[in-house]
Design a binder for this molecule. Structure first.
Ligand SMILES: Cc1cc2nc3c(=O)[nH]c(=O)nc-3n(C[C@H](O)[C@H](O)[C@H](O)COP(=O)(O)OP(=O)(O)OC[C@H]3O[C@@H](n4cnc5c(N)ncnc54)[C@H](O)[C@@H]3O)c2cc1C
Length: 152
């Protein structure tokens, strides 16, 4: 079992520190929901900075086997920065993972796996799959075109 932390929340660095003694598995994502600015960073650039800072912390702790980090993102620039930092820190491949949603950036998923990274693909299933799927569509309206194109 693991927990998900959202990098856009201002409280997340503190939450991470509080979780570390539990030696947790943590999936770090940017954060998908609309939150007020006193709760979450409103600017994408700040969210990306926060994500990378948290990723660095997770990688350093992973080297000491104190956490199992999972980077849940499709942001390829960010993924490459994390991979470069992991190499600098000598964090072995396999002590961290990349998770992406099924069908999104499939080429990147394959490329990462071929490069020896541990990659998992998230799919929706069970009784709530439809609600989950609709939320993903609402998050990014361009996905409606993506679905239609695939249907055709
Ligand atoms: C495995 C996984 C689990 C997640 N779990 C949670 C969770 O528990 N709670 C939560 O709040 N959020 C969750 N999210 C969503 C996350 O918070 C972001 O909203 C979402 O991943 C978009 O941010 P990004 O990191 O991909 O980067 P972005 O900078 O937003 O996107 C980078 C690029 O990826 C592509 N992309 C990103 N998202 C999509 C999409 N939905 N459809 C098509 N293309 C896309 C676009 O080309 C975009 O330019 C999860 C995401 C993943 C991958």
């Amino acid at each position: 079992m693991g927990v998900c932390l959202q990098a856009y929340l201002r409280r997340t660095p503190k939450d991470l520190e509080r979780l570390l003694p539990l030696r947790p598995a943590i999936r770090l994502v940017k954060g998908a929901y609309s939150e007020p600015s006193h709760v979450a960073f409103p600017k994408k650039a700040d969210v990306d900075l926060a994500y990378f800072a948290l990723a660095e912390r997770l990688l350093a702790e992973a080297r000491a086997s104190r956490v199992t980090p999972v980077f849940g993102t499709h942001d390829e620039r960010l993924i490459e920065r994390i991979r470069a930092r992991a190499a600098e820190l000598k964090a072995a491949r396999g002590i961290y993972e990349f998770h992406l949603l099924y069908g999104i950036r499939a080429d990147a998923q394959r490329r990462l796996a071929a490069a020896g990274e541990k990659v998992r693909v998230l799919i929706s299933y069970g009784t709530a799959w439809f609600a989950w799927y609709m939320r993903r569509l609402a998050e990014r309206p361009a996905n409606i075109w993506f679905v239609l194109r695939n249907l055709i």
